[in-house]
Ligand binder design. Structure first.
Ligand SMILES: Cc1cc2nc3c(=O)[nH]c(=O)nc-3n(C[C@H](O)[C@H](O)[C@H](O)COP(=O)(O)O)c2cc1C
Length: 186
């Protein structure tokens, strides 16, 4: 697929078929993340593939906390109250969840986080290119410590996650600002 066509075709996919994805395809996605640029070429990321029971346990951690928790400050800031439950259920439906972790290092938080965003977008675009659907997930952050512990990486910070699977929907492009709203020539 032409790069621009892939960029235009990518959507957040929230309905997935119950079809497994081969190891070769998953390695291909992570290979695309591996060659992404990173601040100072630190490559401060780790990708963990979770499936089946572990994946569903992660979603259950999110659902449990969502049920119990009062409205936290972070939720108020990001207005994320209602999406955790929906996201957790999508994670259950998708056959693969990629957890994206980084070392705890205060000085580099922004550089590393930006780099991780770039690597995730490589994964999402390659997924589209291969006929797969992806969902970039931030809703795991409220339970990042619990999830990192569950997967044996208490020493690392869970930054983001990506659900991957064969799409079972074909959504239209979501609204975007016009070019003249975001582009300014001086
Ligand atoms: C950093 C980031 C975090 C996101 N987190 C979530 C999430 O937790 N749950 C979800 O359903 N969608 C999530 N999304 C998807 C966005 O809602 C989506 O990209 C946006 O609505 C535009 O739709 P599109 O991706 O189909 O173009 C996230 C996207 C980004 C870039």
């Amino acid at each position: 697929m032409e790069l621009k066509e892939t960029i235009k075709k990518r959507r957040s996919i929230r309905k997935f078929k119950n079809t497994d994805i081969s190891k070769e395809i998953i390695e291909d996605l992570i290979e695309c993340a591996r060659i992404a640029p990173s601040a100072k070429n630190r490559q401060n990321w780790k990708f963990l593939i979770v499936k089946e029971n572990t994946k569903n346990e992660i979603a259950d951690i999110m659902l449990e906390k969502e049920k119990k928790s009062k409205v936290s400050l972070e939720r108020k800031i990001y207005n994320a109250n209602s999406s955790v439950k929906a996201t957790a259920n999508i994670m259950k439906e998708a056959p693969i969840l990629i957890l994206v972790l980084k070392q705890y290092e205060n000085n580099w938080t922004i550089g590393d986080s930006l780099s991780i965003g770039g690597a995730i977008e490589h994964i999402c675009l390659r997924a589209t290119d291969l006929g797969l659907g992806s969902l970039w997930i931030r809703d795991i952050v409220y339970t990042q410590k619990e999830i990192a512990e569950l997967v044996g990486h208490k020493d690392m910070e869970l930054i983001s996650a990506i659900s991957i699977g064969y799409p079972n929907e074909n959504p239209r492009q979501r609204p975007r600002k016009k070019l003249n709203e975001i582009l300014e020539w001086l």
